[in-house]
Design a protein. Structure first.
Length: 191
């Protein structure tokens, strides 16, 4: 049995930050799950979710990780309390998530799994052309505004970036643009 212990706060972040990227269809059941990889040498956990069109990764610090292992889990319907301890255990076939007096069990799915780490690192480690900093709330507002117009059901959103200190334009056509000004990045944020 392999086991890792992490705080409720870290566990919730590990799940909540990637679960929107899981598949909503039954076409490939493994894509409905979140993959979590635990690393003993760094005492960290990395969660991945992919639905075939997008991917997400989140890293958190654990309290203990006995040895390296990975699991696939369904997002639990209940959140852990911030200060409680969450145990994730597996025998390789079944994974249990335990906190309070609850246990959530996921059977490892059959079939091939997408190598999320390879896909994400390949995309992220390409030569960088431009990087932009932005306030997340302003980006969400711009995207919600485009969605509210109804045009996004028929047209893709176009992202226009002219330079790292220039405004970012989001639009579906020439007439209905949304603009978000960038945030200047510090050198340590760029790497």
């Amino acid at each position: 049995m392999k086991i890792a212990i992490l705080s409720g706060e870290a566990f919730n972040r590990l799940i909540d930050s990637v679960k929107a990227f899981t598949s909503k269809t039954d076409y490939r059941p493994a894509l409905k799950l979140i993959q979590i990889c635990f690393y003993a040498n760094t005492v960290k956990a990395v969660s991945y979710a992919v639905d075939g069109y997008r991917a997400a990764k989140e890293t958190v610090q654990c309290e203990t990780v006995e040895k390296d292992f990975s699991v696939f889990v369904s997002p639990p319907p209940v959140k852990a309390k911030k200060d409680e301890r969450v145990a994730i255990m597996t025998d390789g076939e079944i994974t249990d998530i335990e906190f309070r007096d609850m246990r959530f069990r996921t059977k490892r799915p059959d079939g091939e799994f997408m190598d999320c780490e390879k896909a994400l690192s390949g995309a992220m480690n390409r030569e960088k052309q431009l990087q932009f900093g932005a306030n997340v709330d302003f980006l969400i507002d711009a995207l919600k505004s485009l969605k509210a117009s109804g045009a996004t059901t028929q047209k893709p959103i176009i992202f226009e970036f002219r330079g790292e200190t220039e405004a970012m334009i989001f639009r579906t056509d020439a007439d209905n643009a949304k603009m978000v000004l960038p945030v200047r990045l510090q050198a340590k944020e760029v790497t």
